[in-house]
Design a protein around this ligand. Structure first.
Ligand SMILES: [Zn+2]
Length: 299
């Protein structure tokens, strides 16, 4: 009984802590003034871990449908960081078919993994990493006609050696500003606090925008958002997520561009490149502690 009470207390504290952490940062008058001098933002959508190899209600296909048709803005373009060596993702007939559709829809294919599992690149030997990057590049080029120029390291984790290997393969590291924290953990894939989570993260990004830390590309500030397209919850709620992003921007006082999402592949590519990591000593900034608690394991 005492043990049970302890567990209950620990849970209560954890929930309380998370509640505090998830509260958005209050906007000061200074931030408000500084924001006025900044251009509007445009959300740059990215999806990790796909494509889904499922023959039943394929979540990646559902997301592609949602990007094409939704009440917010039609024909959206996103970056899909794919796993080309995973049998439950790109190393399957269905997975390859999905990647062909991604390309045909004008989506960008970036590299995530080419190993059987979602393996940390730092845990691969130099030879294994080289093989993985060569294979991933070739797999993506077989779909799109060109090797990928963008990479998202699994677990957001890389070091100097891994970064140099990416560079050698012409791959640029794209991290994220906002995370839906929808990476699958413990078989639980819903995100019950997704609105609070987005508000908190966007309020942090707003502070960086106010300080002029984010680059302007084509007249807007690209804000990178990460989802996981294998997540059926995400797929079912993809259209709703677009609205949540807009609502969160409004609630945190961040101006969105007339077109709040990318619908042009060339502009998307330019924006993504402008947000890539310049050198490996640049610190990796995870999208909030919430992500650390909730989703970092599954990125
Ligand atoms: Zn991942």
């Amino acid at each position: 009984m005492k043990q049970l009470f302890k567990v209950f207390c620990a849970l209560a504290i954890a929930v309380g802590l998370v509640g505090c952490i998830a509260a958005p940062i209050e906007m000061t008058t200074q931030t408000k003034q500084r924001l006025r001098a900044q251009p509007p933002i445009r959300f740059l959508l990215t999806f990790d871990d796909g494509p889904s190899a499922s023959s039943f209600w394929n979540p990646t296909m559902t997301i592609l449908d949602s990007l094409a048709t939704n009440p917010v803005q039609p024909n959206l373009k996103a970056v899909f960081f794919v796993q080309t060596g995973a049998p439950r993702a790109g190393d399957s007939d269905i997975g390859r078919e999905v990647m062909r559709r991604e390309h045909a829809d004008g989506q960008i294919l970036g590299f995530h993994t080419a190993t059987h599992w979602h393996t940390n690149h730092r845990s691969l030997s130099p030879k294994e990493l080289e093989q993985s990057l060569t294979k991933g590049s070739a797999d993506i080029a077989a779909i799109t006609g060109a090797p990928p120029t963008l990479v998202r390291p699994p677990f957001w984790n890389y070091d100097k050696r891994v970064f140099a290997a990416y560079q050698k393969h012409g791959m640029h590291v794209l991290l994220t500003d906002l995370s839906a924290n929808d990476g699958k953990i413990w078989g639980f894939n819903a995100s019950p606090r997704r609105r609070a989570n987005m508000l908190r993260q966007l309020s942090e990004v707003r502070e960086r925008i106010a300080l002029g830390e984010l680059p302007t590309v084509d007249g807007v500030i690209p804000v990178v958002v990460t989802f996981h397209d294998l997540n059926r919850y995400t797929a079912r709620h993809a259209r709703e997520y677009l609205q949540i992003l807009l609502d969160s921007a409004q609630a945190t006082g961040v101006k969105t561009a007339q077109k709040p999402f990318y619908d042009d592949q060339t502009e998307l590519q330019r924006a993504a490149m402008a947000r890539t990591v310049r050198d490996s000593s640049q610190p990796v900034k995870l999208p909030g502690i919430w992500n650390w608690i909730w989703g970092a394991d599954a990125n």
